[in-house]
Design a protein around this ligand. Structure first.
Ligand code: PLP
Length: 394
């Protein structure tokens, strides 16, 4: 919590003062100006967006298509996204009023929280979790409630542990699987158990499925596709990770009409519409990007195997992450905190990883290593980490 004491600082809202700058960004400021660093840090693909996707946007710009779109997003993009969800997971959403195209899942998360939360409403989430989860809840006036998860359970969450946290103030459960930072997935049965708890207690489930396409052990289970939960679910998805489109800033929320209408009200006054060229690129991605996704996922899988084996071999126990592009090894054998480990590794060996503590209390004792980087860099990073671990082992 940052409470500013300066005269101007006192004018900053309590809600803003309550949140800290992202632990990821703070750490990456240290990187500025350092030469020869191998980054396993920022969570984004090392690929450029496939050219045919970028080209579609370039052509639209050449034709002067630079105007606002409908607040909800280009109809064709909404139609294609709904069709995609139907083909992939068998769920039906209406392009006219059950989907909103957003500025990435980032905006969709913020809108979802602001649309449903009253002051002090509680949102249950896992610890560790993606850095924006608690921040968006706090900024919307709500209260994040943590459910600890651990390597012992492969960082999946048990429905009974979530149920134990439900109070009269609980408005929603926020899940994000495959997970950033752990790479964990939720087995279908565990999602079914969670669905039963949400239904019984009439609680909304916000399911951030931005990594849905990045799974390495069978297909992803879409939460909204489970029997009887669609009416209580806000499903968030996007183009950033699967299509290597982080900088385009385009994602979506699908949910029952009343929720989408509420989210659209906020979106239309604050954002108007997602960037027009980015929406054009997303249309192209859905039409012709499937082969690219499959190729990139195959490649991440090769890198995943190398890094997980490598980390275990050098004495940093790492459970097998089955989704996203993160490995989350324990650094406890070194006796260092995750911040000390990350800072030391950067200064002594020029390898950037993110301290697990940036993702919540239960992230302490771990670091996040993003393996969306070349195999050569992964192999070199592992050599440097081995040296560091040998030097610091308790
Ligand atoms: N959700 C998770 C779990 C993420 O890891 C990220 C980005 O790292 C986001 C949401 C934000 O994605 P977008 O680029 O669509 O805003």
């Amino acid at each position: 919590m940052t409470t500013k004491k300066s005269p101007l600082g006192k004018l900053i809202s309590d809600r803003t003062n309550k949140i800290s700058p992202s632990g990821i960004r703070k750490f990456f400021d240290l990187l500025q100006g350092m030469e020869g660093v191998i980054s396993l840090g920022v969570g984004e693909p090392d690929y450029a967006t496939p050219w045919h996707i970028s080209e579609a946007a370039v052509k639209s710009l050449e034709k002067g298509y630079t105007i606002y779109t409908s607040n909800s997003g280009i109809l064709e993009l909404r139609e294609l996204t709904c069709q995609y969800l139907k083909d992939k997971y068998g769920i039906n959403y209406k392009p006219a009023d059950e989907i909103l195209i957003t500025v990435g899942v980032s905006e969709a998360l913020d809108l979802a929280m602001r649309a449903i939360l009253n002051p002090a409403d509680e949102v249950i989430m896992t610890d560790p979790h993606y850095v924006a989860y608690d921040a968006t809840v706090i900024l919307a006036g709500g209260k994040p409630v943590m459910v600890p998860t651990s390597a012992k359970n492969n960082f999946a969450v048990e429905a009974k542990d979530i149920e134990a946290k439900i109070t009269k103030k609980t408005k929603a459960i926020l899940i994000g699987f495959p997970s950033n930072p752990t790479g964990a997935i939720m087995p279908r049965q565990k999602l079914l158990d969670l669905a039963a708890v949400a239904k019984k207690n009439n609680i909304i489930v916000i399911s951030d499925e931005i990594y849905a396409r990045l799974t390495y052990d069978g297909e992803h289970t879409c939460f909204a596709s489970l029997p009887g939960v669609k009416n209580n679910t806000i499903l968030l998805g996007g183009f950033s990770k699967a299509y290597a489109m982080t900088g385009w800033r385009v994602g979506y929320a699908v949910a029952p009409e009343e929720i989408i209408t509420a989210m659209t009200k906020i979106h239309q006054y604050t954002i108007m519409c997602a960037p027009t060229p980015a929406q054009v690129a997303a249309i192209e991605a859905l039409k012709t990007g499937e082969t690219d996704v499959v190729e990139m996922v195959d490649d991440y899988n090769r890198r995943r195997k190398v890094i997980v084996k490598g980390l275990n071999d050098i004495g940093l126990p790492c459970f097998e992450p089955k989704g996203a592009f993160y490995a989350f090894p324990s650094i406890k054998p070194t006796g260092l905190t995750s911040e000390q480990f990350s800072e030391g590794l950067l200064k002594e060996e020029k390898v950037a990883v993110v301290p697990g503590s940036a993702f919540g209390k239960c992230g302490e004792g771990f670091v996040r290593c993003c393996y969306a980087t070349s195999l050569a860099d992964i192999e070199e990073a592992l050599k440097r980490m081995a040296r560091f671990v040998k030097k610091h082992k308790k």
